[in-house]
Design a protein around this ligand. Structure first.
Ligand code: PHE
Length: 341
């Protein structure tokens, strides 16, 4: 029996398929109900009881190996054989299951956020995901030993000089200030990376939208009113907004922005930890050091900045309470958003 398992495994490992016929041959031999593996499962009943468990495990591994190889063969047969197969494709046919795809909820919310800010005069700016230490940290006034620079938070690609995956989209703010004279009124949506263990509440890849407004006489009132407007547009007129003093290296003063909990509407629930409030963004007046680091005269100009996580906003809008759902590509999750456009 063990010999049979081994020899089938060897056959699977060496199998190849360059066209549909050979793929089908592989499927019949190793995957279908009448496959050699299926036959082996039949033989399981003749095995002494005390060996059954071990063999069962081996058989399942074998079955799985056959499946994995089958997927590989499908991919390779399709790519080596693209000319032949494309001759048979009828592009006028409707998709096999007749179901249209749906917009990913993160994209939907990203577009909504952009729309709210575009209507009040912000444009969209973009920048690199692979960044150097200066644009991601130093220019933004992070002290030399700030914990965010440490290994546990940042994915470093190279050290000395440090090249990393940006930990926030603030690197685009740095780049914008360096190349554009104020007034600057931009938002920066994008993907960011942090070295976190993946769980329902944390992920190593997520999305932010940051905003920057720099001009003469920009004040904290402008910051408050802009984000107040955003919260009401995004979550509805009844939503309450509050600003809590906070700290960021690149803003002074800084505030975190909370809105009334969208799930319990202030009554208290698990999401808002029974406070009735949930945090949606960080913000503050751009620190004068940051302005001068980026070649803007802090005596002449002031500005505010803010940053929010798109996953968080999406969670509040659609009650998604496990961050992993966003990247798992499970169609049962994605299908629930079919009506979005
Ligand atoms: N960059 C901050 C973060 O990633 C968010 C932020 C942006 C806070 C701008 C204040 C001002 O957490």
């Amino acid at each position: 029996m063990q010999d049979k398992v081994d020899s089938i495994l060897a056959e699977i490992t060496n199998a190849s398929a360059v066209n549909q016929a050979e793929l089908e041959e592989y499927r019949l031999k190793f995957i279908s109900k009448k496959s050699v593996i299926g036959a082996l499962f039949q033989e399981l009943k003749n095995i002494p009881n005390e060996q059954k468990k071990d063999f069962g495990i081996k058989m399942n591994e074998l079955k799985q190996a056959a499946q994995v190889k089958f997927q590989e063969l499908i991919v390779s047969a399709n790519s080596t054989n693209s000319v032949e197969s494309s001759e048979h494709v009828d592009l006028t046919l409707p998709p096999a299951d007749g179901e249209p795809g749906s917009m990913h909820p993160l994209n939907y919310v990203r577009y909504q956020i952009i729309e709210v800010f575009e209507r009040i005069g912000f444009n969209v700016a973009d920048g690199p995901e692979i960044e150097d230490d200066w644009h991601n940290f130093t220019a933004l006034n992070f002290p030399e030993n700030h914990p965010a620079r440490e290994m546990q938070d940042t994915f470093f690609i190279e050290r000395d000089p440090d090249i990393l995956l940006r930990t926030h989209t603030s690197n685009v703010q740095t780049r914008l200030m360096l190349k554009q004279k104020p007034p600057i009124r931009s938002i920066m949506p994008g993907r960011v990376f942090r070295n976190e263990a993946i769980s329902a509440r944390a992920h190593c890849v997520f999305h932010q939208v940051e905003g920057l407004y720099i001009d003469k006489n920009v004040s904290f009132v402008d910051l408050k009113q802009t984000l107040y407007h955003f919260a009401k547009e995004m979550f509805g007129k009844e939503t309450k907004v509050r600003y809590r003093p906070s700290y960021f290296p690149f803003t002074e003063p800084s505030a975190e922005i909370d809105i009334s909990c969208q799930i319990c509407h202030g009554d208290g629930c698990q999401l808002c930890k029974y406070t009735g409030w949930v945090e949606i963004a960080g913000s503050g007046m751009v620190d004068p050091n940051v302005l001068s680091n980026c070649g803007i005269d802090p005596e002449e100009y002031t500005g505010f900045a803010f940053g929010m996580g798109i996953e968080r906003i999406t969670q509040l809008k659609f009650r998604v309470n496990d961050l992993r759902l966003y990247t798992e590509n499970d169609v049962r999750f994605l299908k629930q958003f079919r009506t979005l456009h």
